[in-house]
Ligand binder design. Structure first.
Ligand code: FES
Ligand code: FES
Length: 153
């Protein structure tokens, strides 16, 4: 079936097979490989995207249900010329981790900070609770985002 939706501010059309996930369509048809497939079970957050304003795991969203939706992927967060504030904060605090978990952390953090520029530590932890790092940890990420939250507050 044909699905028309908006991805990162562009109108896109995808030819979707019955049970294909939004993650599969983004990566394999729309050539947006930033969202990662690390578990395909909704457990790790590596495929996090913003769908109609909500943070979701794209591996659990049926692409066929996205007709008319607005999707923001990691490719739509910041730009080459101007990074998002959370990207700057993570870089400044050495919190850039591997290519599997980092996109999801950035999308989840951007979703939080775009709504609430000065979240508390518990709010930051809650916002990132669906994102798993299997190796390095969360300390640098929390330090970077806490510092960002305290800027100008
Ligand atoms: S790949 Fe979707 S939550 Fe892990
Ligand atoms: S899973 Fe990416 S650094 Fe641990």
């Amino acid at each position: 079936m044909i699905v028309s939706f908006n991805v990162n501010g562009e109108d896109r059309v995808a030819n979707v097979a019955g049970a294909e996930s939004l993650l599969q369509v983004l990566r394999e048809e729309l050539e947006l490989p930033g969202s990662k497939n690390a578990c395909e079970q909704g457990e790790c957050g590596s495929c996090s995207v913003i769908l109609d304003g909500a943070l979701v795991t794209a591996c659990l969203v049926m692409a066929a249900d996205c007709e008319g939706s607005e999707v923001t992927t990691i490719e739509g967060i910041g730009s080459d010329r101007e990074l998002h504030a959370v990207q700057e904060a993570l870089i400044d605090h050495g919190a850039v981790q591997c290519g599997f978990c980092t996109p999801g952390f950035v999308v989840a953090a951007a979703h939080l900070f775009d709504d609430n520029p000065h979240p508390g530590t518990d709010e930051i932890k809650e916002a990132l609770s669906g994102n798993i790092c299997r190796c390095t940890g969360y300390g640098a990420i929390l330090r970077g985002l806490t510092a960002l939250a305290e800027e100008g507050s």
